[in-house]
Design a protein around this ligand. Structure first.
Ligand code: ADP
Ligand code: MG
Length: 272
């Protein structure tokens, strides 16, 4: 599904690359978590395999072809940045924009939609269904800029879901979401995984053992490990011992692991 060969990416040629010598393949059907410290290159990796950035060196394929040609098959929820949301756009329009990539994205009809911004009844129904899945259908008439961070996050994920993508790519989707909503969201993801591949950048390492098949570790270099291999040693190495970056698995507090508050839960909790 995704193939990177000898890929390096420099934002600035005078500085160290954001990613260096990355050679990975991710097969279709995979549910993988992309982990690593802030600034490690997770978002850069995602943008490379979606063709939003061109590699400085090396080659990138998505579904066996140039990402620009195939990314309509992907639903993507970008990391919430400090974007200025003051421009007036309502929630429904944000989600409908995700329908540009709906399957059959190369038919003349969808090209028409793309050019003229017209949406069908089906587009609207699918958009509302996606909002409903994220529990925010009631917000569809609101201005996107008036929403809370958590609500925006859900709307952006609904937008990614609206095209019924073969691959769902989520960049830190639970950053503004409270733990109980995150839990519900993860169970939604495991349902969605029955029909789609999922790649999710996340600091929530608790989710690793529960859901994902493999872990993509990104810290300028990239290594993929099956979940069964992923352990505390790797986390320490990956996060350069700065484990405060990692939100601990909430199950630790349930089981009374007092050390977990300031230390990554590296004692088997998510090794099983
Ligand atoms: P992550 O998503 O893991 O936090 P990023 O991929 O956002 O990491 O960033 C990787 C590195 O590239 C960081 O050093 C970051 O400062 C740098 N970087 C990211 N985006 C830009 C940009 N638009 N211009 C210059 N440097 C950038
Ligand atoms: Mg990022």
């Amino acid at each position: 599904m995704i193939e990177l060969k000898d890929v390096s990416y420099y934002y600035d040629m005078g500085k160290a690359p954001a990613l260096e010598d990355v050679t990975i393949t991710i097969p279709k059907g995979e549910f993988a978590s992309i982990v690593g410290p802030n600034g490690g290159g997770k978002s850069t990796l995602i943008k490379l395999f979606l063709g939003l950035l061109e590699p400085t060196q090396g080659s990138v394929k998505l579904f066996g072809d140039a990402p620009r040609k195939t990314r309509y098959r992907v639903g993507y929820a970008p990391q919430q940045a400090r974007v200025d949301f003051k421009f007036p756009i309502n929630v429904m329009d944000v989600v409908l924009a995700g329908r540009f990539g709906a399957s059959g994205g190369k038919t003349p009809r969808s090209l028409g939609r793309r050019l003229f911004g017209r949406f069908t009844k089906e587009d609207r129904e699918r958009a509302i269904a996606a909002l409903d899945k994220m529990g925010v259908a009631h917000l569809r008439g609101k201005s996107f800029g008036d929403l809370s961070g958590g609500q925006r996050q859900r709307v952006l994920i609904a937008r990614a879901l609206a095209s019924d993508p073969e691959l769902l790519v989520l960049d830190e989707p639970t950053n503004n979401v409270d733990p109980s909503s995150a839990e519900k969201f993860y169970s939604l993801l495991s349902d969605l995984h029955q029909n789609a591949s999922i790649l999710m950048a996340s600091h929530d390492l608790g989710v690793v053992s529960q859901l994902v098949d493999s872990v993509v570790c990104v810290n300028r270099h990239v290594r993929i490990h099956p979940t069964s291999e992923f352990n505390g040693e790797m986390v320490r190495e990956l996060y350069n011992s700065d484990v405060r970056l990692v939100r601990h698995d909430h199950r630790c507090s349930e089981t009374g692991h007092t050390r977990c508050a300031d230390e990554v839960c590296a004692h088997g909790e998510w090794r099983d």
